[in-house]
Design a protein around this ligand. Sequence first.
Ligand SMILES: Nc1ncnc2c1ncn2[C@@H]1O[C@H](COP(=O)(O)OP(=O)(O)OP(=O)(O)O)[C@@H](O)[C@H]1O
Length: 266
Amino acid sequence: MSNLVIDDVSMRFDLPGGGAVQALKNVSLTLKQGELMSVLGPSGCGKTTLLNILAGFLAPTEGKIKLGDKRVTGPSPERGMVFQQGALFEWMSVRDNVGFGPSMKGMAQKQKREIVDHLLDVVGLSQFKEKAVYELSGGMQQRVALARCLANEPEVILMDEPLGALDALTREKMQGLVLKLWKETGKTVILITHSVEEALLLGERLIVMAPRPGRIHREYNLPFADMGVGRDLREVKKHEDFGKRREEILSMIWEMEEEIMGGAEQ
Ligand SMILES: Nc1ncnc2c1ncn2[C@@H]1O[C@H](COP(=O)(O)OP(=O)(O)OP(=O)(O)O)[C@@H](O)[C@H]1O
């Protein structure tokens, strides 16, 4: 069981013209294997910076990240990333995109085919194996991105606004798919979103971050992700507590945004 530990992480960006931005300050958090956490917060509070540090794309200026016993010092297939869009190989078929990681590992053709077929079945794209990525809709492309990430057998899946570019209906379907994959695979998942509803639906833990410096402002443990597995998510949204939490968090973020705007106008 590999816990993901964020241990007193701070990140400062030195600016070329002098000065610095404190993007994160003293962020600490432990995620148990298999936990699903969503991250919300106003623009500039350090969400993407935190995800990039977890992915190993950035080294924190202070503190450390550990996955199990291992310290994170760079990117690795054990921490898979799903971006908003544009991270697929457009000219390759769906099958080759999903099989890319296993190919890089030198996996035998037969085993690779089995893994790819299974994952395309899981994400509902078995009929589209031979299509080129550019022939698919945005929602289908994100299904490919999820399958491609899973093909690397990551322990942790990091998602940066993975559903942000989709229309409302497709987004809702994909939220259901994320819940299904989370439950079926037992992976640890961290998902950044700008949507309060999505964060409530897709976070058994939810953190709200605050800016200047980027830090954890509030943390919630929520029942809605578990409730939503295999269910119509619209039913979950009708839950009385869902509405209450949505209003509470919306007001919290609204106030932070107002403060930022106030600061910017001075
Ligand atoms: N490479 C960089 N150099 C300088 N400043 C940076 C760099 N990357 C991020 N920042 C700054 O760090 C802060 C946090 O940025 P980050 O992109 O992590 O925020 P965010 O919460 O993901 O924002 P958004 O919701 O708008 O995507 C911002 O003030 C941003 O301008």
